[in-house]
Design a protein around this ligand. Structure first.
Ligand SMILES: CC(C)(COP(=O)(O)OP(=O)(O)OC[C@H]1O[C@@H](n2cnc3c(N)ncnc32)[C@H](O)[C@@H]1OP(=O)(O)O)[C@@H](O)C(=O)NCCC(=O)NCCS
Length: 159
C-alpha cells in the first residue's frame, strides 16, 4: 500500500532550521539567483526585525514561503514569495498570497510588494490576484532591471 501523502499546512515560524531552508529555497531560484543574492543575503532578509516568515510544509519539507514586513508606512509589504520548483503551477503561490493578505488586512488596508521587470510569470500572477502598479523604481537593485511597486488596497490609511 502507498503511504498517504502528508497534508499541506501553512504556519508562521521563527525556527532556525526553517529560516535556513527558506533562504536556501530563495537563493536557488530566480529572481534572487539572477540578481546575485545568495543564501547569506536571503537569510539576512529573513532575519530582519519586524518580518514574519510563513511557510508551507508538507510533513517536515518546505514547499513554499511568504515573508511579510509589518512595520512603517509600507507595513503590509510582502518581501518575498517563493514556491519550490516542483510544487509550482498547482495553486500554492495563490494560497500563500491569500494567507499573507488575511494577515496584513487584519492590521492595515494595503498590501505592497515589488516584482522585477524581468519576472513576467510573477507579474501575470500578481495581476490576476488583483495587484496594480503603484510605482516604478528604476534600476533599484541592479542596472537595467526595474522594480515595479504593486499594491492591493481596501481603502485609505486614515478614517
Ligand atoms: C510566482 C510563484 C510564487 C507562483 O507560485 P505558484 O504556486 O506557481 O502559483 P499558482 O500555481 O498559484 O499560479 C500559477 C501562476 O504563477 C505564475 N508563475 C510564475 N512563475 C511560474 C513558474 N515557474 N511555474 C509555474 N507558474 C509560474 C504563472 O502566472 C502561473 O499562471 P499561468 O497559468 O498564467 O502561467 C512561483 O512561480 C515562484 O516561486 N516563482 C519564483 C519566485 C518568484 O518569482 N517569486 C515572486 C517574486 S516577486
Amino acid at each position: 500500500m502507498q503511504p498517504r501523502p502528508s497534508r499541506l499546512r501553512i504556519v508562521r515560524t521563527r525556527s532556525r532550521r526553517l529560516r535556513l531552508a527558506a533562504a536556501r529555497l530563495m537563493a536557488a531560484s530566480d529572481p534572487w539567483l539572477r540578481l546575485g543574492i545568495g543564501r547569506a543575503g536571503c537569510l539576512e532578509t529573513i532575519k530582519t526585525p519586524y518580518r514574519e516568515l510563513h511557510v508551507a510544509l508538507r510533513g517536515s519539507a518546505l514547499e513554499g514561503l511568504v515573508l511579510i514586513t509589518m512595520y512603517g508606512t509600507f507595513r503590509g509589504y510582502i518581501q518575498a514569495l517563493c514556491v519550490a520548483p516542483g510544487a509550482r503551477g498547482g495553486g500554492l503561490g495563490g494560497l500563500l498570497m491569500r494567507r499573507a493578505e488575511e494577515r496584513i488586512f487584519r492590521d492595515s488596508p494595503n498590501v505592497f510588494l515589488c516584482v522585477s521587470s524581468f519576472n513576467k510569470g510573477a507579474r501575470r500572477f500578481y495581476r490576476r490576484l488583483g495587484y496594480r502598479q503603484a510605482g516604478l523604481l528604476k534600476d533599484l537593485l541592479v542596472k537595467g532591471s526595474d522594480e515595479l511597486l504593486l499594491r492591493k488596497t481596501q481603502g485609505p490609511l486614515l478614517p
